[in-house]
Design a binder for this molecule. Structure first.
Ligand SMILES: Cc1ncc(COP(=O)(O)O)c(C=O)c1O
Length: 486
């Protein structure tokens, strides 16, 4: 049956920020549809935020169709629509919105100001799609330095997710999840691998695979597997942690490890079973020579060795070695795809075949057996295709950030490593720093007197400059206050 369409075109009408066309009744459902369509057409995840840029002049073209479903809207080729609506070269498409009853396209007439960073992308196939990295490139959007977990999936990831071949992964039938597992096992030079929803779960599955109730794992006291995973190993597995202080470079004192191992046949003690390391730790890549030594010590002591390699990719880039070199010798290694690599979800545990089949059983017990998990594994594969080598850019920007902050009054640069920068400041000024950063649109997890900044793929050079400017404003406050005190 031919589709009935009503075409209504309005042009060159400046729309104030609050009057966005055809959005008055936009509910959550429509919002989701908009996002999906923006992703489908490579418009970038920050599409709607960009639309709020008050410097834009909008031309508006509404294209309504009566029997529209999201799928039908997605079927429409936007280029064809553009032609129909006679969009000219001076127009750029800034929004495609799909609702259940309507399909709306908004084209921006390119006011010079709105083009300042060239990030408004037209749909034409001659122009590259905008990457969400642009999100931080306009002064209107926030610079999010809270964590590399905030990275948004790229258009290529979303496409791969939509098109993924899937099956029931609990039955071992999801070809995309299988492919991801094989790929990671190969990259890490280990026998087998298991895909899971999170790094917390891959770590816990590993601990449960290595230890029984009443067993002990030796771990750094500020490592994720001890400090930030809700005590899961103890709460769910009856596994006892033996936390040790880390040294400044993120390593452990191996003599202390040796002394921490409990006598095997003395029933007063838990049984020491596992040494757990983290790489990178606090952004620091552990020295390869020390890892080899730690593994050799663990073997001598009869301990298995697990690596929380959530950011192993950053370590590989920093040390200019293959990921397999960093994973060498470990019984199990967990890597995250959802941090610097930018996938929306997912971690992989790799290791020996038997370890991974025990871990797979625990994954099911923990509720991590996902069915058509290829939908998210597909994004992980794209993350690996896009290349962890790109992380070098984040490291360079983190160095720029550290350099920009290094001699600001009232701020102490503690250390900067790979993509992370650690700072200290006067505790009494915590609220002041929070509000200065807020005002400047810089997002950071500010604790009392300290903070960590993390650079990732959605932070641009301009974003780094804006962050430095914000901290400079805070430093100026220090100088004024300091001046007043003396
Ligand atoms: C070092 C480290 N390990 C493990 C995790 C856990 O990963 P997830 O957030 O996927 O559970 C994180 C999370 O930030 C982490 O930083």
């Amino acid at each position: 049956m031919p589709r009935r369409r009503r075409l209504k075109v309005r042009r060159d009408r400046a729309l104030p920020r609050t009057r966005r066309p055809n959005r008055s009744s936009a509910g959550a459902e429509e919002e989701i549809a908009h996002r999906n369509i923006a992703a489908h057409y490579d418009l970038g995840n920050d599409f709607f935020e960009r639309l709020l840029d008050p410097s834009m002049l909008y031309s508006c073209a509404l294209f309504e169709r009566e029997e529209t479903s999201l799928e039908q809207a997605q079927e429409s080729k936007l280029e064809r629509l553009c032609r129909k609506l006679a969009l000219r070269a001076e127009h750029r498409v800034v929004e495609v919105g799909g609702g259940w009853g309507s399909f709306a396209m908004h084209a921006a007439r390119t006011a010079a100001a709105s083009r300042r960073d060239g990030s408004f992308s037209a749909m034409s196939s001659t122009q590259p799609s905008t990457h969400p990295a642009g999100a931080s490139s306009t002064d209107a959007s926030p610079v999010d330095l809270r964590s590399d977990t905030v990275t948004l999936p790229t258009p290529a990831m979303r496409r791969a997710m939509a098109e993924a071949m899937v099956g029931d992964d609990v039955k071992g039938e999801d070809p995309t999840a299988r492919r991801l597992e094989e790929r990671v096992a190969e990259l890490l030079g280990l026998e087998a691998a298991m895909f899971a929803p999170s790094g917390t779960q891959t770590n816990l599955c590993a601990l449960l695979a290595h230890c029984q109730r009443g067993d002990e794992y030796i771990v750094g006291r500020s490592m994720h597997t001890f400090k930030y995973e809700g005590g899961g190993a103890s709460a769910l597995g009856g596994i006892v942690p033996c936390p040790l202080p880390e040294r400044a470079d993120g390593t452990l004192d191996l003599e202390l490890v040796r002394r921490s191992v409990k006598p095997e046949h003395d029933s007063h003690f838990p049984k020491s079973r596992l040494l757990c390391l983290e790489n990178t730790h606090g952004g620091r890549a552990l020295p390869i020579g020390w890892i080899d030594e730690a593994i050799a010590t663990a073997r001598e002591l009869g301990l298995a060795v697990h690596l929380d390699g959530a950011r192993l990719w950053n370590a590989a880039v920093e040390l200019a070695v293959e990921p397999a070199r960093i994973a060498r010798g470990f019984d199990s290694v967990s890597v995250c795809l959802s941090k610097g690599l930018g996938a929306p979800v997912g971690s992989v545990l790799a290791g020996g075949g038997e370890t991974i089949s025990r871990a797979r059983r625990w994954r099911k017990v923990l509720g991590g057996g996902m069915r058509q998990s290829g939908v998210i594994a597909a994004a992980g594969l794209v993350a690996l295709d896009e290349g962890f080598e790109r992380l070098a850019e984040d490291h360079r920007r983190a160095r720029d950030l550290a350099e920009g902050l290094s001699d600001l009054e009232g701020l102490e640069l503690r250390w900067a490593a790979t993509s992370m920068v650690f700072l200290r400041f006067e505790e009494a000024r915590t609220d002041e720093l929070r509000s200065t950063l807020d005002e400047a649109g810089v997002l950071a997890d500010v604790e009392r007197g300290a903070l960590r900044l993390v650079v990732h793929r959605d932070v641009t050079d301009r974003g780094i400059e804006r962050a430095v400017e914000a901290f400079r404003a805070f430093a100026m406050g220090a100088r004024v206050a300091g001046g007043a005190r003396t």
